[in-house]
Design a protein around this ligand. Structure first.
Ligand SMILES: Nc1ncnc2c1ncn2[C@@H]1O[C@H](COP(=O)(O)OP(=O)(O)OP(=O)(O)O)[C@@H](O)[C@H]1O
Ligand SMILES: [Mg+2]
Length: 231
């Protein structure tokens, strides 16, 4: 089986003061193992909503999502929590993923503790240092708070957290849209390096066709909740 994610006729409709917002309106596609599918489309076309649906962070109105052959839409929350370790989100705004009151070390160690991937303080520290090196950060960053990091450094922390649970699939939601052009390339290169090293599949959301062309094996175009074209 080459596909890691299969989406079949997925819909989510929000009810907003008597009107129905068809944010995602019947989309079907797949993402292969080790592949990057870029998802492009104008603001409001439903890209972030679709990304969250794939991880079941929002429940669909109808349709199915399969991850490694398992139908996520039929799963209970407890089962989903375990599966979600293998499916991660790099959110549109890195600040959304980090608690402003926590030092970077604590933010990095939290998912490892929750999923019981570490045993004791020294193991924790070892893994955090390993992750730090993988994403190109230094020891000095660990003792700081999120507001004491640059946008690029923050995004590296978020990426470290996402890969720390050994995922197979990551939704990257405009991971560089908040960054200076000069920093964008280094973050994109990091994501591409990690993909090769760790064997990751990405759904890479962007509204920048140039970035999509650099990162993607295939490109899907979204418009008003529908996917019109996959190349
Ligand atoms: N929880 C919600 N309740 C009601 N409407 C919502 C909700 N979440 C999203 N929407 C609507 O769904 C549509 C798609 O939003 P979404 O955030 O997925 O777009 P997007 O393509 O990611 O846009 P951007 O490029 O600006 O990030 C928008 O019209 C938005 O207002
Ligand atoms: Mg969005």
């Amino acid at each position: 089986m080459d596909e890691t994610v299969i989406v079949d006729n997925l819909r989510v409709h929000f009810l907003l003061e008597d009107t129905i917002v068809k944010a995602v309106d019947g989309v079907s596609f797949h993402v292969n193992k080790n592949e990057t599918l870029a998802l492009i489309g104008e603001s409001g076309s439903g890209k972030s909503t679709l990304g969250k649906l794939l991880l079941m962070l929002i429940k669909p109105t109808s349709g199915e999502v399969y991850f490694n052959g398992l139908n996520l839409t039929k799963m209970r929350d407890r089962e989903l929590r375990k599966i979600r370790q293998e499916m991660q989100l790099i959110p549109q705004h890195p600040e959304d993923a980090l608690d402003p009151k926590w030092k970077i070390y604590d933010s990095m160690v939290e998912p490892l503790r929750i999923h019981k991937l570490v045993n004791g303080k020294s193991e924790e520290k070892e893994l955090v240092y390993e992750l730090l090196e993988m994403v190109g950060l230094q020891e000095e960053h660990l003792n700081r708070y999120p507001h004491e990091l640059s946008g690029g450094e923050l995004q590296r922390v978020v990426i470290a957290r996402a890969i720390s649970l050994n995922p197979k699939f990551i939704v990257c939601d405009e991971p560089t849209s908040m960054l200076d052009v000069s920093v964008q390339a280094s973050i994109i290169n990091l994501l591409l390096d990690l993909q090769k090293k760790l064997g990751l599949a990405y759904l890479f959301i962007t509204h920048d066709l140039e970035i999509a062309n650099v990162v993607a094996d295939r490109i899907a175009v979204m418009h008003h909740g529908k996917i019109h074209k996959i190349s």
